[in-house]
Write a protein that binds this ligand. Structure first.
Ligand code: ATP
Ligand code: MG
Length: 437
């Protein structure tokens, strides 16, 4: 993509409405634009990141055996009356009437709808387990939408729902998601700590929030200081889903980590305790028959008895992650994208667009990068080097390939690594090779 043709409305000044760094940088880098409070348009640069994150989430869900589908954003109020949540949900639910005066709503989550689909199709334990997910926009009319995409009203969520015949099988489904979440966040360069979370009126200990530590986080969290060093992520990458996952989950839930609601000062010696702020990027929840009972989602057990199916639900804040990753990875000059979610891998910088030789060399590199299927944003604009460097640092592409007349005369270009700041003088061929490796 040529920057001269790209829709990238950068802001020079810090927008006054943005209180945290990710919101500030997303606005300044032209990634999003507010449509109304807590509702955003995703501009091309931001949309590319959103899609990359979505794809990682998808691949790890698929790897765990979950199956993708798509449910609508608009749901019928009737189903929510069956579960009793239509009245419980309160003002966070956006309620709509259609032209026939039917009560509809913009889905804040999908337990009711998926349970309805399930009960109309699955009748026997032989068809279990099932784990279904979708990646769809949600609406929650939050009291205080803020921090950009971190607490929006309309936001993109991956949510899935597991169905099992008994508690033991449901536990295995839960454990699979526990592992899948660690792998998902690790691929985005994040250390998400699974923290014991509130299960509400159902009780039990099967709920974890996946939290990344950040000063700007909205939740107060507590964990063992060993978490700061722990290499749970490398271990998760090697887990085989076919195995019993309980030993892995036990090992990593033994190390203390709890959200505010679940914190028990007596459970951890004061000298091991870290008190911090955190951002919730995912949440897994086993809730048994909470929905299957009232909604009569029953299946035939091996003994012929009809029993309500055991369920869990699992969410990942896909759009929140864009902000969360920036909170975890930036410096005073801008964003530092992990390669896995970067909108482009390389920024190609032409230092002198008015110089024919320099431009010819850049055009050639641009063609070669594209031929090698490397995602490249080519700054071909007639701007000062300072402005170009500032733009590249702001939008945070992992690599900057800088081409100027002086270097070219010596047969060299410069390759800068955004994260480390390390610069190397290389021949164009060597630079291409390094980027392709
Ligand atoms: P929170 O405690 O932050 O309000 P929640 O516990 O209500 O979130 P869940 O129902 O667990 O949210 O939703 C699953 C995931 O969706 C959360 O872990 C979070 O990453 C994301 N999410 C929830 N609410 C929002 C929001 N208003 N804006 C962006 N992402 C959100
Ligand atoms: Mg939650």
């Amino acid at each position: 993509m040529r920057l001269s043709a790209y829709f990238l409305p950068l802001l020079k000044e810090n927008p006054a409405e943005a209180q945290i760094v990710s919101h500030r940088l997303m606005l300044r880098a032209g990634m999003i634009r507010q449509a109304s409070a807590g509702i955003y348009s995703w501009l091309p640069l931001g949309f590319r990141v959103l899609k990359k994150i979505e794809q990682i989430v998808r691949e790890e869900q698929d790897a765990s055996g979950a199956q993708e589908m798509l449910m609508p954003t608009i749901q019928s109020a009737e189903l929510w009356r069956e579960s009793g949540r239509y009245d419980d949900y309160g003002k966070e639910m956006l309620r709509i009437r259609d032209r026939a005066d039917r009560e509809m709503l913009y889905g804040p989550t999908n337990e009711e709808l998926i349970t309805d689909i399930f009960r109309s199709v699955v009748k026997s334990y032989r068809d279990l387990p099932k784990n279904l997910y979708h990646i769809q926009w949600k609406f929650r009319d939050e009291v205080r939408p803020r921090f950009g995409v971190m607490r929006g009203r309309e936001f993109l969520m991956k949510d899935n729902y597991s169905f099992d015949i008994d508690q033991k099988a449901a536990r295995h489904s839960y454990n699979k998601m526990f592992v899948a979440y660690l792998r998902t966040f690790a691929r985005m360069g994040l250390k998400a700590i699974p923290m014991r979370a509130d299960t509400g009126p159902i009780g039990g200990d099967l709920s974890h929030e996946f939290i990344i530590l950040a000063d700007t986080g909205e939740s107060a969290v507590y964990c063992d200081k060993a978490w700061l060093e722990a290499d749970i992520l490398a271990e998760a990458a090697n887990v085989d889903y076919e195995n019993d996952l309980q030993p892995f989950v036990d090992k990593w839930t033994r190390l203390y980590a709890a959200t505010d609601e679940k914190h028990d000062p007596a459970a951890i010696p004061a000298d091991r305790l870290v008190t911090a702020r955190g951002i919730e990027v995912g949440h897994i929840f086993y809730f048994g028959t909470k929905y299957s009972k009232p909604m009569n989602a029953v299946v035939a057990a091996p003994d012929g008895q009809m029993v309500p199916v055991e369920m869990g639900s699992y969410g990942i804040g896909v759009s929140r992650l864009v902000g969360a990753i920036i909170e975890a990875s930036h410096d005073e000059n801008g964003i530092i994208w992990p390669e896995s979610v970067a909108p482009f891998k390389v920024g190609l910088v032409n230092l002198r667009a008015s110089d024919k030789k320099c431009t010819a060399a850049c055009d050639e590199l641009y063609a070669k990068l594209r031929a090698a299927q490397l995602e490249v944003l080519y700054d071909d604009r007639d701007e000062s080097p300072g402005a170009k460097f500032a733009t590249m640092d702001l939008i945070g592409l992992p690599w900057q390939l800088v081409v100027g007349p002086r270097g070219l005369a010596a047969g060299k270009v410069e390759l800068k690594h955004r994260k480390t700041g390390v610069r190397e003088e290389l021949t164009p061929e060597a630079a291409l090779q390094k980027l392709a490796s």
